[in-house]
Design a protein around this ligand. Structure first.
Ligand code: ADP
Ligand code: MG
Length: 330
């Protein structure tokens, strides 16, 4: 069974009055304690062997990544993270030094992101390290952004480079003949996630932003999730995808296609958002002025013309052909 089919099995089991939005978005959106705020809750798990190898990632990198991927989901709703719960499964052979480094880095990152660690669970794991984190956050009701509210003719944008993390993973998995400094830079991009909390909040404050999510599984599958939730389709212009200098170099040295890497890559943790067309330039300027970063337009939402929502990828107006298939967890 595929991941989406499994999640589907769990859907619609609650009819709780307090549940505003449950399964299906980056966070659950629940009633907040203040009348004009919603409560956001998200949880994500990292498992040794599935998401990382112990001999490749350091304890502090894992601590940072486990927290950051959860904060990214809060950012994706336009929210502000507040509280964290940390549950760990640690194998017997894990050294005290590893656990101490993990804990110290985790606490430091909580301070950096101004979130409070308020609980969790610690257990012995018979099969590798497991880290599960739950983050709570809040968002002013009027700033909440969902995946399900994109409209035809909205522009589709991303807040940063895509594909770097996949290139870093390929450096870890294969013995590639590329510059060692380039390799190091890309591996760092794979391990060090920067949750886009400020861009998320800025986008959340704009009524011209109609929908938002974070890019965790890769543009291909995440744009499809967004258009499916919004009951629309999308056209992506691959030549407009933001490609970093490092990814460009990596692709030149390994004879890969950067656009394909950018579309099929995962774990980019940038934000994907839809903006009313007439407001895009204004938003781009706001990004430059307030955040000193770029907002990249990569395509357009279109009306759905088939039963299922579709994402078409074009390169200079022609259909873009993929030579590689998409990564699936199951
Ligand atoms: P994200 O990548 O943003 O973390 P996912 O694609 O992992 O989101 O999950 C999609 C939605 O399905 C989320 O709302 C998540 O909370 C929900 N979900 C995933 N697994 C389960 C599960 N086992 N039971 C209930 N809900 C789940
Ligand atoms: Mg997400």
């Amino acid at each position: 069974m595929k991941e989406l089919d499994i999640i589907q099995l769990f859907k619609n089991i609650h009819t709780d009055r307090d549940m505003e939005i449950g399964i299906g978005d980056d966070c659950a959106v629940l009633k907040g304690s203040k009348p004009d705020y919603d409560l956001l809750v998200t949880t994500d798990m990292l498992i040794e062997g599935t998401h990382f190898l112990r001999n490749q990632i350091s304890a502090s990198e894992l601590a940072n990544k486990a927290l950051a991927v959860n904060l990214s989901d809060i950012a994706a709703m336009g929210g502000n993270p507040t509280y964290v719960f940390l549950s760990c499964g640690f194998p017997k052979d894990l050294s005290d030094q590893w656990i101490t480094e993990f804990a110290l880095e985790f606490k430091k990152k909580c301070e950096d992101y101004n979130v409070k660690l308020v609980g969790g669970d610690t257990n012995l794991s018979l099969n590798g390290i497991v880290v599960n984190i739950t983050v709570q956050g809040e968002v002013k009701k009027e700033n909440l952004k969902l995946r399900s509210t994109a409209k035809p003719s909205n522009l589709i944008c991303v807040t940063g480079f895509v594909g770097d993390s996949k290139a870093g993973l390929q450096c870890l998995q294969n013995n590639l003949k590329i510059d060692s400094s380039l390799q190091k830079a890309l591996i760092e991009k794979h391990f060090v996630v920067h949750p886009q909390i400020k861009p998320g909040q800025l986008l959340g404050q704009q009524s011209s932003v109609t929908a938002m999510m974070d890019v965790s599984d890769g543009l291909f599958s995440d744009v499809l999730k967004l258009v499916t939730a919004s009951n629309v389709s999308a056209k992506i212009q691959v030549e407009q995808l933001p490609i970093s200098e490092e990814l460009d170099q990596f692709c030149k040295q390994t004879n890969r296609d950067p656009m394909q890497m950018a579309v099929l890559g995962g774990e980019d943790y940038v934000l994907l958002c839809c903006i009313q067309k007439d407001y895009f330039l204004q938003m781009q300027k706001l990004f430059r002025d307030e955040l000193k970063t770029e907002l990249f337009c990569i395509g357009e939402i279109i009306k759905k013309e088939t039963v299922e929502s579709e994402v078409s990828f074009l390169k200079n107006g022609e259909k873009f052909e993929f030579t590689e298939s998409q990564f699936e967890h199951f």
